[in-house]
Design a binder for this molecule. Structure first.
Ligand SMILES: Cc1ncc(COP(=O)(O)O)c(C=O)c1O
Length: 361
């Protein structure tokens, strides 16, 4: 039985990829589906997108293998490169491409004899300062790749650090990337990429021939833009209990909530155990029968209680409750939950448990 589940809207995902394609202006799309497709479901999302993108960027070897099992022919790029020999061989064996941005790592890689070539995207650090080659090390890295029979240069990329808040810095990053590109001789069909979602929407470049949208695919960009995107994910649960309590009684751990009047309380079997943020206590609302209803007291591991006094007599065990998404005219957005729990959209969705059943609607 599925007590809690995630619904993925195929139409919304297809709408978003079409909108991104419009912005791409012919550039290739490398869809960022790392961290279980931002919590949405790696296999489900990639299966819907497979005919619309040039390739997929996953987090690590484990995610690559999960995706390869269902999509045998697509390009899969590991953003976290495998480190030990066994894993590097497994990556080559499965036709994975890898991100690499460290000279020591690229040297190690070149010394391993591989059953098949491994395709490398070299990262240039233009200011994100988390990984990537310095511009001076780029030609050394390229030479190592050219001299190795089993390493193939497939891409070269960089990553914006400060969008949308510091556009000037982002522009300087793009200029550094352009300068680096102009100083090396690259194969004609190499993939050149820099823009993430905000880059695509706010600072598109002429020097790239591919783009790396992540959050935009899922319709969760939190800035104003002329590109309309639809949220893909809804999180649903169902009522497992309804009780009446008396004025003055408390609800949930430590009785953070105390009833001002006699009231009705419903319970759903969801909580921080499946990724709903604990610190939404006292702030969140859920939807039932098209109405917004306040969550009461602390969020438990597998239980959330909420006020159904205004629906008294109408609530049944098994009724569907919406924690994220639409019910009738009402909608609870990921941004609303992110704001209430003092975090970002990315964290709200990536925290959702991989164990939740994903249903494509
Ligand atoms: C290297 C790289 N490219 C692209 C993306 C996608 O970013 P966004 O989700 O903001 O589009 C990420 C996300 O973390 C990333 O690390």
């Amino acid at each position: 039985m599925t007590l809690n589940w995630i619904e993925l809207s195929r139409d919304a995902l297809l709408h978003n990829i079409t909108a991104i394609k419009g912005k791409a202006k012919g550039r290739k799309i490398l869809a960022v589906v790392k961290s279980n497709a931002y919590g949405h479901g790696l296999v489900e999302v990639s299966s819907i997108l497979k005919d619309h993108v040039h390739g997929f960027i996953v987090a690590d070897l484990e995610e690559g293998l999960e995706l390869r099992e269902v999509l045998s022919n697509v390009k899969i790029i590991l953003s976290l490169p495998p480190l030990n020999k066994k894993e590097i061989i497994e990556a080559a064996h499965n036709n994975f491409s890898i991100f690499a941005g460290n000279l020591q790592y690229i040297t190690q890689l070149s010394k391993i004899s591989l059953p098949k070539p491994i395709y490398v995207h070299l990262e240039i650090n233009t200011g994100m300062n988390r990984s990537g080659l310095s511009p001076q090390d780029l030609s050394k890295a390229i030479n190592i790749i050219y001299q190795s029979p089993h390493l193939k240069l497939e891409g070269i990329f960089s990553h914006y650090a400060t969008l949308p808040d510091d556009m000037d810095f982002a522009k300087r990053q793009a200029e550094s990337f352009q300068k680096v590109l102009s100083e090396v001789k690259l194969p004609e069909n190499i993939l050149v990429h820099m823009e993430n979602s905000l880059g695509i929407l706010k600072l598109p470049l002429e020097i790239t021939n591919s783009i790396r949208p992540g959050i935009a695919l899922y319709g969760l960009v939190s800035i104003d833009s002329d590109t309309h995107l639809d949220p893909v994910l809804s999180l649903r649960s169902q009522v497992i209990d309804v009780i009446s309590i008396r004025k003055g009684e408390g609800v949930s751990y430590d009785h953070l909530f105390k009833a001002n009047d006699d009231m009705w309380v419903a319970t759903i079997p969801s909580g921080y155990g499946n990724g709903y943020m604990w610190n939404l206590k006292g702030k969140a609302e859920v939807l039932l029968h098209g109405k917004r209803l306040p969550v009461l007291g602390k969020i438990c591991m597998n239980h959330i209680m909420f006020d159904v006094t205004k629906l008294v007599g109408e609530v049944k065990i098994g009724d569907t409750v919406t924690l994220i998404g639409k019910d009738g005219k009402e909608e609870i957005t990921v941004s609303e939950l992110a704001e209430s729990s003092n975090t970002i959209n990315y964290e709200i969705v990536t925290k959702l448990s991989p164990k939740l059943k994903r249903v494509i609607v």
